[in-house]
Design a protein around this ligand. Structure first.
Ligand SMILES: [Zn+2]
Length: 72
């Protein structure tokens, strides 16, 4: 692995760690608990900001989709 690549992965890891610290539910402000899989959380990727809803704050896929569409 060359140096530029190494540096890239170093920076990438740092950014991911910062991202994880930023992660919190948009509605209730709750952060994922340790070991909680935020793959289950809802992320609105269309949004400029990271719109994230924890599993407590969205009812189901349908509700979430309506939400996303009305915000577009
Ligand atoms: Zn929440």
């Amino acid at each position: 692995m060359n140096t530029a690549r190494k540096q890239f992965f170093k920076d990438f890891k740092k950014k991911m760690n910062q991202f994880k610290l930023m992660v919190a539910c948009n509605a209730c402000g709750r952060r994922p608990e340790q070991g909680e899989n935020i793959d289950d959380w809802k992320i609105n990727k269309e949004s400029e900001n990271i719109d994230l809803l924890c599993t407590d704050c969205f009812e189901n896929e349908e509700v979430w989709n309506n939400e996303v569409q009305t915000n577009l």
